[in-house]
Each structure stands twice: as structure tokens, then as C-alpha cells.
Design a protein around this ligand. Structure first.
Ligand SMILES: C[S@@+](CC[C@H](N)C(=O)[O-])C[C@H]1O[C@@H](n2cnc3c(N)ncnc32)[C@H](O)[C@@H]1O
Length: 212
């Protein structure tokens, strides 16, 4: 039986996460997130994929949400954390359910990431924390990956990281920075736009209107 596109995506993510390079990237992301989430009690991971962060941080009280049943099936093999199927644009949680939320390389793939931001804002408590990581299309890493015909990166819908930061700032007190240098399979600290694979925005929920 032919496999669906999402099943193929899952296989690719699993291969990536098992590779020494993929491990370095995921370990870096998990270490960054862990430093930011110190003290957070209830954390939502929007677009959790195959649960790589949940797997790496079993001590955190984290709920993973993803729209893909195949991603979630894989995530449940990796971690005993709760995983919920749902849309980032219509989160199945009540107002003020979490004190922190993450969206790691997810917003840039959504048709309307502003809806997702507004939903994340709704489900966070006042002064709740937000961490957004988006791919940096100006990096040499992204450019090299995107040259491949079947690259997941090609599905990116929003390439302007500064615009994403600006939209986050409508709802959160927030600041963005480039991070995670990648050259070949080397992973290193770099805040330079040309080398940094990610643009990271850290925010705190402000009490403004939730419609960006
Ligand atoms: C590039 S992957 C990132 C996965 C994970 N955060 C990571 O870094 O390994 C993007 C994820 O977003 C999920 N996704 C796409 N559209 C979504 C939506 N509207 N609501 C929730 N999840 C969505 C995909 O199924 C996929 O698992």
C-alpha cells in the first residue's frame, strides 16, 4: 500500500532525529527550551511533531499538540507525555490553561500563523511565556536544504522572520534573535543571519486584545 505524505514526513523526521546531526540540532533546541522554561508548571508544545522535545525533557509537564495523526502516533512511541490532536488555529484548551507555550519550526508552515498566535495567547495565563523558533530562510543551511526537490523546508509559507516577530509583538512583550549556527553537519553558537538556522522569539503575554 502506498504511504501517505504525512507518513513519509514522519519517516523523514525519524531519520533526521536518529542521525548524529539531527541529534545535535534537537539537543541544542531542547537545551535552549529547557533553560527558558525553568519554573514553568504547564507547558503546551504546538506542532510537537514526533515528540522529540517531550522525549528529551521527561521531567517537564508538557502537552504536545499536532494536527497529524501519524506524527502523534510516533510521538506516543517516544514519550509517555499527553499528546493531543488539534489545530494550532483552534486550540482545544480553555483560556489560561498553560503558563508557557512553544512553537518550534511550526508557525512558518501554517496558512494563518496569526490565528495560532491569538489562540496561544488565549490559552496562556497572564504573563505566560512564549517561545517561538522559526527557520531562517536567509541561512546557508536553509538554502542548501531547500535546493532538494522533496525538501520539507519548501513548504514554508512565511519566510519573513521579522514580520513574524512583529506579529508576535502585537500580543506579547517579545524580542527575537538569530541562533543556532549550522555549517555542513557542524552545530555552533552564532547570532549571524547568514549562519543561524533559526530565528527565536521569546515573549511574555501582555494583556492586550487577542486579535492581532
Ligand atoms: C516542521 S514540523 C516541527 C515539529 C517539531 N516541532 C520539531 O521541531 O521537531 C511542523 C509540525 O507542525 C504540524 N502542523 C502543521 N500544521 C499544523 C496545524 N495547523 N496545527 C497543528 N500542527 C500543525 C505538522 O504536522 C508537523 O508535525
Amino acid at each position: 500500500m502506498p504511504t501517505s505524505r504525512t507518513e513519509e514526513d514522519v519517516k523523514k523526521f525519524v531519520r533526521f532525529c536518529k542521525s548524529p546531526f539531527g541529534k545535535k540540532v534537537m539537543d541544542w533546541e531542547a537545551a535552549f527550551v529547557e533553560r527558558q522554561l525553568r519554573g514553568s508548571q504547564r507547558i503546551l508544545n504546538v506542532g510537537c511533531g514526533i515528540g522529540s522535545l517531550e522525549e528529551r525533557m521527561p521531567h517537564l509537564n508538557m502537552v504536545g499538540l499536532d494536527s497529524s495523526a501519524s506524527m502523534l502516533a510516533e510521538a506516543r512511541q517516544r514519550s509517555g507525555k499527553p499528546f493531543v490532536r488539534g489545530q494550532a488555529e483552534k486550540l482545544p484548551f480553555q483560556k489560561g490553561s498553560f503558563d508557557a507555550a512553544l512553537a518550534v519550526t511550526t508557525l512558518e508552515f501554517l496558512d494563518d500563523y496569526r490565528k495560532a498566535l491569538s489562540e496561544i495567547h488565549r490559552v496562556l495565563i497572564p504573563n505566560g511565556k512564549l517561545i517561538v523558533m522559526v527557520l531562517n530562510p536567509d541561512s546557508s543551511y536553509f538554502k542548501a536544504q531547500a535546493r532538494r526537490k522533496d525538501a520539507y523546508f519548501r513548504r514554508i509559507r512565511h519566510a519573513d522572520v521579522k514580520k513574524i516577530e512583529k506579529d508576535i509583538r502585537r500580543l506579547f512583550r517579545a524580542r527575537g534573535k538569530y541562533a543556532l549556527g549550522i555549517k555542513g553537519t557542524d552545530v555552533f553558537e552564532s547570532g549571524r543571519k547568514a549562519h543561524a538556522a533559526l530565528f527565536i522569539v521569546k515573549g511574555i503575554k501582555s494583556s492586550g486584545r487577542a486579535t492581532p
